[in-house]
Design a protein around this ligand. Structure first.
Ligand SMILES: Nc1nc2c([nH]c(=O)n2[C@@H]2O[C@H](COP(=O)(O)OP(=O)(O)OP(=O)(O)O)[C@@H](O)[C@H]2O)c(=O)[nH]1
Length: 128
């Protein structure tokens, strides 16, 4: 199971990150996050990953469950939370690129297959 975050800034933009090599889907744009470890709660995993990957701090009550995506074998579950409150400025900690993207532009990015339907849902949710 993987937890990922749609970080939304005050202008309603989404933070997207590239996957650094040699990870799978390297160079593609994804939601920040990572694998939930054994015995870990999904929201706690995401709090940990956001600190590790971006140096931002948040708490589980600021992570709103939004949607999920499944691979064809249903062996990977990608849980997407939305988050509007954190402290610190997102700064790449693992060599990834990051950028703030307007919802209308998010589907223009090259992204892993599980992310595309989630990105479409977030876009529709955020667009007026
Ligand atoms: N973090 C993240 N992982 C995603 C997304 N979409 C997606 O298919 N994945 C997949 O979820 C899996 C776990 O992601 P990850 O590699 O970021 O996990 P991690 O940071 O714990 O990795 P590690 O094994 O290097 O410690 C990968 O197979 C990755 O391809 C996404 O938007 N964000």
């Amino acid at each position: 199971m993987v937890s990922a975050a749609g970080l939304i800034d005050r202008d309603g933009r989404l933070l997207m990150c590239t996957r650094p090599a040699p990870k799978d889907w390297a160079g593609m744009w994804e939601f920040p996050g990572g694998k939930v470890e054994a015995g870990e709660r999904p929201a706690d995993a995401l709090v940990r990953e956001l600190k590790e990957e971006l140096g931002v701090e948040t708490v589980d009550t600021c992570l709103a469950p939004f949607s999920f995506s499944l691979d064809p074998n249903q062996s990977l579950i990608l849980l997407l939370f939305l988050c509007r409150k954190w402290s610190g400025t997102p700064t790449p900690q693992e060599g990834q690129k990051i950028k703030w993207v307007l919802p209308k532009d998010v589907l223009d990015l090259d992204m892993p297959p599980l992310d595309r339907p989630l990105a479409a849902q977030v876009r529709d949710y955020l667009l007026p």
